[in-house]
Design a protein around this ligand. Structure first.
Ligand code: ADP
Ligand code: MG
Length: 450
């Protein structure tokens, strides 16, 4: 499939496009869909030395695998690239010119607000079908009903079912790329048949999180069925393709095969969210060294985001997960952006968000540092809700006047000093994550965590 041009460096991540049995015992056999890491080049540009997920090393043929790369930041990935929003009938007809039977787009209806219109080119003419929105469902013929536009388009792609033709080719919205195509091109599209869903393990705001198995490994799967939400999660997945760090929950891939739902597959974090972990174990189980290690883990993940100019915006103990071997990793990149204004401040977690972010929507690495201070307080109070006994509406005015939470019971003074530095009202006075990480490392190295 892929043509090898410049040699891949050690550390390059690949996904197998075919099965490979191996010809000699120096070869590394693999099956389609497996993840491999390049270890070294060889004299032959068609072969690499690679490592599989259990650490076995051997030779692999380059043309059996595809390099996985980050999807370019700013790419407008769309699950509905044929959706053109509010355009007129005439604009739609111009977009579907020159005529090509089966070329289609969907627009918002101008005559019937809330409804949509499916415009299809058919033997030189454009037909406009009204899509009626009725009691949460969409229909053209009032016989077949759909939950969302993606399902509707899928149906009429497979079968004309009364239309002049079946849908054959989407007229793409200018500037957008079909999410499916882009995830395949960059090596992040997984096949649904390789994934087994086992059980529900968590409830997300927008859908369940499930335990699954992919090629023999346990994975976590977020499944999003609603189209508008799915579109938001495409953005989350796009961000995740660009991130790789031991303290960030790793994206394994995305499934968009099934047009009406989106699956985001990540590494499985056996011990669940950090806040639940702290609450359920408590003081009697978790010692100072363990708390400090969680703090350090998170600071390292955040240092990586800082160095790569990513702002998380929703850093909190509920969004940190704990692996089987007790490593804390930052997750939930739903709000992570490369700096652009957030639309709706009413949904922000007030107790974790810095004053300037709440007031002026000024999100930066420095507002993440503020949240990190709150997260440290959560860790050292074993998962308590911040600002205990203060009514939510009182929090912001108090904080703006310089109020800072007290140290949690038993919190080492050196750690409390770190927290307070994060809560400087002037964001420029807050330390960078690199400094915070150094300070935590110093505390660890000198055993000051008791
Ligand atoms: P949302 O932000 O939409 O509420 P989350 O991504 O925070 O959803 O997930 C909700 C819950 O599902 C988490 O608190 C956690 O218990 C569980 N969960 C999420 N991702 C994983 C994962 N990779 N491994 C294990 N459990 C997970
Ligand atoms: Mg969450």
């Amino acid at each position: 499939m892929s043509v090898v041009q410049t040699p891949w460096q050690a550390g390059t991540e690949c996904v197998a496009n075919y099965d490979f049995d191996g010809k000699t015992d120096q070869d590394l056999p693999f099956t389609k869909g497996e993840f491999l890491t390049i270890v070294a080049v060889t004299k032959d540009p068609n072969w690499y030395k690679a490592k599989n997920k259990v650490g076995r090393v051997g030779f692999i043929p380059a043309n059996y695998v595809q390099k996985r790369e980050g999807v370019k930041a700013g790419t407008k990935l769309s699950l509905m690239p044929w959706f053109h929003g509010k355009i007129t009938r005439e604009q739609a007809e111009r977009l579907l010119y020159p005529p090509e039977t089966g070329l289609f787009l969907v627009r918002e209806s101008t005559n019937y607000p809330g409804d949509y219109t499916l415009c299809v080119s058919c033997e030189g003419k454009v037909e406009h079908y009204r899509i009626i929105y009725k009691a949460g469902k969409l229909t053209i013929d009032e016989e077949v009903y759909f939950d969302n536009l993606m399902q509707l388009v899928e149906h009429y792609t497979n079968d004309a079912d009364g239309l002049c033709t079946n849908l054959m080719k989407p007229k793409l919205m200018e500037g957008t790329v079909a999410a499916q195509d882009e995830f395949s091109r960059s090596g992040w599209a997984l096949k649904k048949s390789d994934l087994q869903i086992l059980q529900t393990i968590g409830k997300g705001e927008f859908g369940d999180v499930m335990l699954g198995e992919y090629k023999g490994s346990k994975v976590a799967v977020k499944c999003i069925k609603n189209d508008a939400t799915a579109q938001a999660f495409v953005a989350e997945a796009l961000v995740m393709t660009q991130l790789r760090h031991k303290n960030l929950v790793q994206l394994l891939g995305v499934i968009v095969e099934d047009k009406s739902s989106l699956y985001i597959v990540t590494e499985f974090m056996a011990k669940g969210s950090l806040v639940d972990y702290l609450r359920s174990r408590g003081r009697s189980v978790l010692g100072g060294e363990c708390l400090l290690q969680f703090s350090l883990d998170v600071s390292e993940g955040m240092e990586y985001l800082e160095a790569n100019n990513f702002v998380h915006r929703d850093l909190a103990a509920r969004n940190v997960l704990v692996s089987e071997d007790n490593i804390a990793k930052v997750s939930d990149f739903g709000l992570t952006k490369e700096a652009s204004a957030i639309q709706d401040t009413s949904k922000l977690p007030v107790k974790w968000t810095s004053p300037e972010a709440l007031r002026e929507k000024l999100f930066s690495t420095k507002s993440d540092v503020w949240s990190f201070g709150i997260l440290l307080w959560e860790i050292y109070s074993f998962g308590r809700v911040p600002y205990p006994r203060i009514a939510l509406r009182e929090v912001v005015p108090k904080v703006e006047r310089g109020y800072k939470m007290d140290a949690p019971d038993g919190c080492p003074p050196v750690v409390y000093e770190v927290m307070k530095k994060c809560w400087h009202l002037d964001p420029t006075q807050r330390p960078p994550f690199r400094k915070l990480r150094e300070q935590l490392q110093h505390i660890k190295a000198n055993g000051l965590y008791q």
